[in-house]
Write a new protein. Structure first.
Length: 308
């Protein structure tokens, strides 16, 4: 595990896209710059694995009062096999980096990987899942997506994603949220910063759905390499919901297909429509470096569940 060179930094997003997981926007250079404005220090590392394989990883560092440095790898490092994760964990431990503890979110399937095997790497299950716990990727080349939305009176369009569009998307999210979801909705500025950064970096696209001319839904899609993901989605009760959400995503997938995107991560609740089941991921794991400080952190987050 070493710091990225100047040459590697100049092509950072390409390195992330070449990772075994195909890359994630949360590992992009633009995402690190966004988090730097929010108080984190981005650090870019490269793991050199057996067989000549390399894995690029963005680590975010924040100093916490009394506890020291907390290191977080959002949606990474981008490995998908237990053997690669073992090497990544071992290299991270050997470097140390002066952290009190470090948090992994490798997007790796949990199938066939007992938690005991993960614990034997010296990592412990985090008390909070920070990103998705499951994913469902559709190979877009295996499907045709006929234009059925119009029959329901629905239309879907990709929009510029200017400030007005982004605020409108947030308002749709507020209007569509249940009481429980409203409590989890972050402030507008949080979403605006992230969406703008992804759009500016070429990694985000906003879609609006209209029903009989009225805007009734929105989907923000992240695009990285040949993979795209549904990041945020909202559909109000102004449209008949039966099949409407599926038809909206089919229109988005048609748009992505025409632009060479190979795979799309659907919302897990739509998996059954394609006869598929979401892949359960291993989730979030911590590497305690300073054991006592990590225990204090766990106690504090039990008292204050929102944590960082």
């Amino acid at each position: 595990m070493r710091l990225a060179t100047e040459s590697e930094m100049s092509r950072w997003d390409g390195l992330i896209a070449a990772n075994p997981d195909g890359g994630r926007p949360e590992q992009s250079r633009a995402w690190g710059e966004l988090k730097e404005r929010l108080g984190w220090q981005p650090k870019h590392y490269v793991y050199e694995l057996i067989g000549g394989k390399t894995v690029a990883a963005l680590w975010l560092v924040k100093k916490l009062p009394l506890l020291g440095e907390y290191w977080y790898c959002p949606g990474g490092p981008g490995v998908v096999s237990f053997g690669d994760l073992r090497q990544v964990a071992e290299q991270t431990k050997s470097v140390g980096l002066g952290a009190a503890w470090m948090r992994f979110e490798a997007p790796m399937s949990a199938v066939g990987v007992p938690e005991n095997d993960l614990a034997n790497l010296g990592i412990v299950k985090a008390n909070k899942e920070l990103t998705v716990s499951s994913e469902l990727f559709l190979n877009l080349s295996e499907y045709d997506f006929p234009d059925k939305a119009a029959r329901l009176g629905l239309s879907v369009e990709a929009v510029a994603g200017d400030d007005g569009d982004l605020v409108a998307m947030y308002e749709l999210m507020r209007a569509a949220a249940t009481a429980d979801e409203s409590n989890k909705l972050r402030p507008l500025d949080y979403y605006l910063e992230g969406w703008k950064q992804m759009i500016a970096g070429g990694h985000g696209r906003l879609f609006f759905a209209r029903y009989q001319g009225e805007r009734v839904g929105g989907v923000f899609v992240s695009i990285f390499g040949r993979r795209a993901r549904c990041h945020e989605t909202a559909l109000t009760d102004q449209v008949p919901k039966k099949r409407a959400d599926l038809l909206i995503h089919c229109e988005i997938m048609r748009w992505l297909q025409s632009r060479g995107v190979a795979e799309y991560s659907l919302p897990p609740e739509l998996a059954a429509d394609f006869g598929l089941a979401p892949t359960l991921l291993i989730g979030t794991w911590d590497l305690p470096v300073a054991g006592f400080k990590y225990k204090l952190w766990r106690i504090w987050t039990q008292i204050n569940p929102r944590g960082l």
